[in-house]
Design a protein around this ligand. Structure first.
Ligand SMILES: *Cc1c(COP(=O)(O)O)cnc(C)c1O
Length: 395
């Protein structure tokens, strides 16, 4: 089959919920992708931040293959070794507490909001405040939690109990709190929202405010977690700890997973029978997650992420000097946004033609998130392609 044939099948049989580009992956390893027509690409946004350890990391692939022959799925009314060990790995690298396993980012956030609501229920509190430009997923509750109108349009009436304030504005948050408010949910770095990074002062004020008002502070680390921020979790670049944290994307190394992590005070709020997920925390997915943790440790990927993040930003700043349409570069380790004064859609497409896969979000922000094991050589290749494309756009 060629890409054209696959596109025809999609046109006939797959719902057109996505604006897809005509590229059909055949195989991939690390940053290297080969499509079914034999074209090669350098992937600097692998799997929409899912393949954080790169495509088909050998340790993840081996762990999944081994587990597939042994035990793939057990119902959650039994126990599994892999789920226990992955829960321990997550808690050991974050804060004391317990985890709930689901299958996606949206599901992890649903669990977090349900936890907050359950916690507030007897006090008559249910409202969760989220941020404008946030992104929390596509279920009905999560499009409501998401602070962007474009994801909600046409799906009204939406569930009650969400309010929005500008990201980074502590006064607005203070003013939005009512006697019904029970929680605040935000991403430490808004990724879909254009790589907007919370300041330390804001995070400190946020923690103090939530403590003062008795609010559950929820961090959505679905995209920022698992090493991409140079620490295992982005919040660890600040001096505070959330009450609840959600993870997904890179945690499964390519397999679907979503986790809600609750700190000790909140770990038993979701009592037996209050929440569930049939596929959640299956042995095969947890075996993948355990291998991701092992790979990050064994290959010292946090150190590499910091080093390569610094290097990539340095190289991007050189391009910024050459091209006046580059407005700003925002980064936390390998979470990188290049804000342009022009629309980035064409740049994204030209990069693809030249063999570099990146992303463009909020129309003007190029999102560059190579895997944690990216090398200097790969960065130099990507920069050369960006330079070539920028030159074309300028002329
Ligand atoms: C991708 C993402 C989600 C949604 O995850 P799904 O697995 O698509 O449900 C939620 N929050 C953030 C920050 C994300 O990046």
């Amino acid at each position: 089959m060629k890409t054209d044939d696959v596109v025809k099948l999609y046109d006939k049989y797959v719902m057109t919920t996505y604006k897809r580009v005509p590229l059909c992956f055949d195989k991939a390893s690390g940053t290297k992708v080969v499509d079914i027509d034999g074209n090669k690409y350098l992937d600097f946004f692998p799997g929409w931040a899912v393949s954080g350890t790169g495509h088909c990391h050998p340790m993840v692939a081996a762990s999944v293959a081994k587990q597939a022959k042994k035990l793939m799925h057990v119902s959650n009314n039994y126990y599994s070794v892999e789920q226990a060990l992955l829960a321990k790995a997550i808690i050991d690298s974050s804060f004391p507490g317990k985890v709930f396993f689901g299958n996606s980012g949206a599901e992890a956030n649903e669990a977090a909001v349900k936890l907050a609501r359950k916690y507030g229920h007897d006090k008559g509190k249910y409202e969760v405040i989220t941020m404008l430009k946030s992104f929390h997923g596509r279920t009905l509750a999560m499009i409501t939690a998401t602070g962007q109108d474009k994801v909600k349009k046409g799906f009204e009436p939406l569930p009650e109990g969400f309010k929005y304030v500008p990201f980074g504005d502590i006064e607005a948050l203070k003013n939005a709190i009512s006697d019904k408010t029970i929680g605040v949910m935000l991403e430490p770095v808004q990724c879909e929202g254009g790589i907007n990074i919370a300041s330390k002062a804001y995070m400190n004020a946020l923690r103090a405010l939530c403590d003062e008002k008795g609010l559950v502070l929820i961090f959505d680390e679905v995209q920022t977690g698992m090493g991409r921020a140079g620490k295992m979790f982005a919040y660890q670049n600040y001096d505070i700890t959330p009450d609840v944290m959600t993870l997904a994307k890179a945690l499964g190394g390519g397999l679907p997973i979503g986790v809600c992590v609750a700190s000790a005070k909140f770990q038993d709020v979701l009592a037996p029978g209050t929440h569930a997920s049939t596929f959640g925390g299956s042995p095969i997915v947890c075996a993948a997650g355990l291998a991701v943790f092992e790979a990050i440790k064994k290959e010292k990927l946090l150190a590499n992420t910091n080093k390569m993040g610094t290097y990539l930003v340095k190289r991007l700043k050189e391009l910024q000097k050459k091209y006046a349409f580059i407005k700003e570069i925002r980064a936390m380790a390998l979470i990188i946004g290049v804000e342009l004064k022009i629309n980035g859609e064409e740049i994204y497409k030209l990069c693809m033609e030249e063999g570099l896969l990146i992303n463009c979000t909020q129309d003007t922000v190029l999102r560059i998130m190579p895997p944690l094991n990216v090398t200097k050589l790969e960065i130099d290749k990507a920069i050369a392609i960006l330079d070539k494309v920028f030159k074309k756009v300028k002329s």
